[in-house]
Design a protein around this ligand. Sequence first.
Ligand code: IPM
Ligand code: MG
Length: 360
Amino acid sequence: MELHIVCIPGDGIGPEIVAEAKKVLNKVAEKYGHKLDMKDVLMGGASIDAYGVPLTEETIAAAKAADAVLMGSIGGDPNTSSWYQLPPDRRPEAGLLGIRKALNLFANLRPAYLYPELAAACPLKEEISRAGFDMLIMRELTGGLYFGERRTVTENGVRRAVDTLTYDENEIRRIAVKGFEIARKRRGKVSSVDKANVLDSSRLWRAVVNEVARDYPDVKLEHVLVDNCAMQLVKDPAQFDVILTENMFGDILSDEASMVTGSIGMLSSASLNDTKFGLYEPSHGSAPDIAGKDVANPIATVLSAAMMLRYSFDLDAEADAVEEAVRQVLKDGYRTGDIMSKGCTLVGCRQMGDLLAERI
Ligand code: IPM
Ligand code: MG
């Protein structure tokens, strides 16, 4: 099979971790007889430096022409980077929001899984972590507060800022359908998260999710208020299978869910539209403080590449092989600094990539 992939190495540790994911993909292609066509394009801070804007039409066109996009991370340190002197719509993050919208990537899948080998890194009490957990956050990615009308005005000498949270029923329905479909392939439970005791957008969310649920009688549905969900994630994360939620709640809860795994450097993500196309990126940021030092953990990016093989190319055996390589490397005791524990072997970003590729 021919795999046309556009890579966005991005900023900070992005280029290092994408290089290791490419190493693993090349090994997969060699072993399973696929032809890889990978091309790098710029986005975020790197694009600002080269073209003055965080996202160009060329990058959008290249992404649209590919089967999938593999991304590292974008952005820098807001306190020191000159990118953050620019107006908000010209900063690195605007590139990310722009490409999500331009490619209609409305479904963001963020798995949070506690690796048994990394259980010691879990910050929860042992009696909670012992049960393990394996959840998937299905975050709506192109609506809500992130894309509603916003402005800052001064009225009678008083500054006022407005952001708008809007959803229509079609936007809710299509993400709900994705949530139920994936729950069916997992443990058959959807926890829909909203703030229906306060917000109209959440009351519509809940009504539409209930309508969609009628087509999935085999999937168990519960509604959870977002504040309660934040609490339940640290109290009893094992109760969750698929968490279905809107853009802003999903942003916050996915950081929390990743933190309880104790290893944000391990968590992948996929952003999908209604076709097989997807953009795959680690859940973590660009970590500018450790960039260029060969200490970053490439595993989240490698696992994102596995999601790409699975969702965009239907290559389940290949995706399984990549995930198995990760488990094997952990079992063999190799760790990057972020997941290091006593008795294990500390390795850098490049060596981790080599170890993973060897195990394909
Ligand atoms: C994420 C990030 C982005 C978001 C930022 C960088 C705009 O936090 O992907 O979770 O809020 O969506
Ligand atoms: Mg976030």
